[in-house]
Design a protein around this ligand. Structure first.
Ligand code: GUN
Length: 301
């Protein structure tokens, strides 16, 4: 039976650590970090994510604001609003919740955010810095995965990591992060996707399997080897008449059978999900510290 990787517990630890640091900097400078989350339209999942992010900010003493905009907003107006926050010193991080309505180019909006405030790590400048191993903002979900592996002392050096999924938010950045010649990385990485003819051929060889496909219960026990470490990034809503909401959340991994062969596994919910929020807070804190250094010569130790 696999050991459960408790993302909820680790995320609480990270938030506690950040809360102390924020208080310490506030005592010295009178300043606190600020995050603005921009939400366009009324997608229920996006609304829930944004309100969770904002609540988490407040819990640890950060300033947070949710900028709610109509789904009819023009691309130009949204660009103007992002620019306004680029120049607002009260906000060190800017997050535009994705997906955006079809008439707005997500890429254009991402490229409008100043790289120094891009706490999602989606701007091409930050993506490029990640790929070449420079200091940057790591995208929050992959950053959370790396942190979970680290805090559970799961060795990545020389291990075969197989990532299933090639999104810009998870698949590509986690592969690039684990590939780096650094502590907590240094893995041999394979990225698989929907065009793979024989997916099992790759997944069966994984020492660490990262499932970021977006399809419920996709990874089954016959696809993995004994002792694999399984990281499930999926957040899929499935109908559940027994639940009050009428649905429940499941991952990309068929948990009940895979936990019997894995050595470690993340549950859904309570695995990677809470870590995404914790790492967003961490990135916002880092953006804040960098702005203090730049504007006031403040050095943290
Ligand atoms: N939509 C799904 N995941 C994310 C994320 O990590 N950041 C943003 N901005 N939007 C998302």
């Amino acid at each position: 039976m696999a050991i459960l990787i408790d993302g909820k517990k680790i995320s609480e630890e990270i938030k506690k650590e950040l809360k102390l640091k924020i208080q310490e900097v506030k005592d010295k400078t009178g300043k606190v970090p600020g995050l603005v989350a921009i939400l366009v339209g009324d997608n229920p999942a996006s609304q829930l994510y944004v309100s969770s992010k904002s609540k988490a900010c407040n819990e640890i003493g950060m300033n947070s604001k949710v900028e709610k905009l109509s789904s009819n907003i023009s691309e130009e107006d949204l660009i103007n609003i992002v620019n306004q926050y680029n120049h607002d010193d009260n906000y060190h991080g800017i997050l535009v919740q994705l997906p955006l309505p079809g008439h707005i180019s997500e890429q254009k909006i991402i490229e409008t955010i100043l790289p120094s405030k891009d706490v999602d790590g989606f701007h091409p400048v930050n993506v490029g810095n990640l790929v070449i191993g420079n200091d940057t903002f790591y995208p929050c979900t992959p950053y959370g995965i790396v942190e979970l592996l680290k805090r559970y002392s799961i060795e990545t050096k020389g291990k075969h990591v197989v990532v299933v999924g090639r999104s810009n938010i998870v698949g590509k950045p986690i592969a690039n992060m684990l590939l780096q010649k650094k502590d907590g990385a240094n893995a041999i990485v394979t990225i698989c996707h929907s065009a793979a003819k024989d997916l099992n051929r790759y997944t069966k060889d994984a020492d660490i399997l990262i499932a970021a496909i977006g399809k419920e219960n996709f990874i089954t026990s016959d696809m993995v080897k004994e002792g694999v470490v399984v990281i499930d990034v999926g957040i899929n809503r499935i109908e559940d008449k027994n639940s009050k909401k009428g649905y429940r959340i499941v991952g990309d991994v068929k948990f009940d059978e895979v936990e019997k062969v894995a050595s470690y596994i993340t549950p859904v919910p309570g695995g990677v999900g809470p870590m995404t929020i914790a790492m967003l807070l961490k990135n916002t804190f880092l953006a804040f510290i960098k702005s203090l250094e730049k504007n006031y010569g403040y050095i943290i130790n």
